[in-house]
Design a protein around this ligand. Structure first.
Ligand SMILES: [Zn+2]
Length: 249
């Protein structure tokens, strides 16, 4: 007899198959990432149809077959309606889904990641601020996830000489995994010059202080700089991810 499993699942990707089937990529509370097969779920008559979709939190039941996991029940516990109705929110949700898809490859339970997802989507859903702030939430998620996966950057001091940072000469190094000072630039000539605003953003993210972060007023140039530093680090970690990281194997 096939084994039946039940878990809470956050859906971050879906892909259609054939006439009426669909695969869901979900991050579950019990098993980490799973690929779940929704048989004939796109048919109007499907009972499961309304219980699961992208960016839903659903209570799912599935059976483990020889080659795949087939969905047998799905009840949506949170549909994050505002995310669906607001284009900017939906775009942000897609970017978060992409990050998850890139970094989480295998089945491994991780309650912290599950909670981060739940918190991030609850905030995105309730959030009533200009859409420019959605960027901040996306980066809040990105850096928090990278930290949970073992890529937490050190931004308290120079990571080479351990000296205090001079606010006018701070550099961020992907290779070293955090801030370095001017004297130590020889260790990574490709490090990016940053400023104390960026360090402030990092500290708020790692303190999990979304309230302060969402109210923080920083210059557009610093925002752009922070985005660049974030995207570079993301690409750097991703490029070496499969060979270096054993976390999710
Ligand atoms: Zn140094």
């Amino acid at each position: 007899m096939a084994l039946k499993y039940k878990t809470r699942a956050f859906v971050f990707k879906k892909s259609d198959m054939g006439e009426s089937d669909r695969f869901f990529s979900v991050f579950t509370e019990e098993f980490g990432r799973l690929e779940i097969f929704g048989k004939a779920i796109r048919k109007t008559a499907s009972k499961l149809r309304s219980g699961i979709d992208i960016f839903f939190m659903s209570e799912i039941e599935f059976i483990q077959g020889k080659t795949r996991k087939t969905l047998t029940d799905a009840v949506a516990t949170e549909k994050f309606n505002n995310v669906w109705q607001d284009l900017e929110k939906f775009k942000t949700a897609n970017r978060i889904g992409e990050v998850l898809d890139n970094f989480i490859k295998g089945e491994q339970k991780d309650e912290n990641v599950f909670n981060l997802l739940n918190e991030t989507f609850t905030t995105l859903d309730k959030f009533q601020v200009p859409s420019s702030k959605f960027q901040a939430l996306y980066y809040y998620f990105l850096w928090s996830l990278l930290s949970l996966l073992g890529y937490h950057p050190q931004v308290e001091k120079c990571n080479i000489c351990q000296q205090k940072l001079n606010p006018y000469a701070i550099y961020f190094s992907d290779k070293i995994g955090g801030t370095i000072c001017k004297k130590c630039l020889g260790h990574d000539a490709s490090a990016t010059k940053i400023n104390s605003d960026i360090v402030k953003i990092f500290r708020l993210i790692f303190k999990k202080d979304w309230q302060m972060l969402s109210k923080l007023k920083i210059e557009v140039s610093s925002q752009k700089l922070f985005e660049n530093v974030s995207e570079n680090y993301y690409a750097y970690i991703l490029s070496g991810h499969s060979s270096k990281n054993n976390y999710h194997h």
